[in-house]
Design a protein around this ligand. Structure first.
Ligand SMILES: [Ca+2]
Ligand SMILES: [Ca+2]
Ligand SMILES: [Ca+2]
Length: 223
């Protein structure tokens, strides 16, 4: 097959790579894709298999607004009450526009879909709890995740957009570098920074007070 059968622009784009390969002898070439040591037509065909595709994979949330997990109260102290009464997680909208969470969901460790009309205001928090009535009437939106709960030893929780894209996920824990105080001693597990990897234990710390800060700024916010 001759290159003239391809769109005119493509051979032009590949000329630079081919010339580069010839001029650098045995030095590896990023466009040598099929392993025969030569940048040839077969390499071009490999690239053309994806011609026109959108290959952006990072960030995967392109097109959806950012919403963060900011707090997990996964093992309330016995003095506060049972886990099924007082467990909650908190979400935060860092943007300057409200986010319509209709059809968004919590997945993996929980299974909950936000109802139509759920809106998270700019720079505001909402709470999803094991028992919404425990946190109702306190000035912030509260939703009840229904059955199930947050494991006391940690688990993966994800927030998904309506198309299934993971907006953010956290695999929290009570061991290793993770603060163990939220595991039944009273505090919640609060986010310290919104930048960085939410799976990193350094992003999180025990709240100062018992029961954490549902629907409000975290007690040790360092951002
Ligand atoms: Ca408990
Ligand atoms: Ca629990
Ligand atoms: Ca909070």
């Amino acid at each position: 097959m001759r290159s003239s059968s391809f769109p005119l622009l493509l051979p032009a784009l590949f000329c630079a790579s081919i010339v580069h390969a010839q001029s650098t002898g045995s030095v590896g070439c990023a466009t040598e894709l099929d392993g025969d040591g030569v940048v040839g037509m077969s390499d071009l065909l490999i690239v053309l298999a994806d011609f026109g595709s959108t290959c952006v994979s990072d960030p995967p949330t392109a097109g959806w607004p950012t919403v963060h997990f900011t707090e997990f109260h996964y093992n309330p102290a016995t003095a506060q009450g049972t886990d099924s009464e007082f467990e909650f997680l908190e979400l935060y909208n860092p943007g300057d526009q409200p986010v319509d969470l209709s059809g968004w969901s919590l997945s993996e460790g929980l299974s909950f879909t936000f109802p139509e009309g759920t809106v998270l205001a700019s720079a505001d928090y909402l709470v999803v709890a094991s028992s919404a009535v425990s946190y109702a009437g306190l000035g912030y939106p509260v939703y009840d995740w229904g059955s199930g709960g947050l494991h006391n030893s940690g688990e993966l929780i994800a927030l998904r957009a309506p198309d299934g894209v993971v907006i953010e996920s956290v695999l929290y824990s009570d061991t290793g570098d993770w603060d163990s105080a939220p595991d039944g001693q009273g505090p919640s597990l609060e986010r310290l920074f919104l930048t960085g990897d939410p799976h990193d234990a350094a992003q999180w710390s025990a709240s100062i007070g018992t029961g954490g800060t549902p629907g409000a700024t975290n007690s040790l916010w360092l951002d």
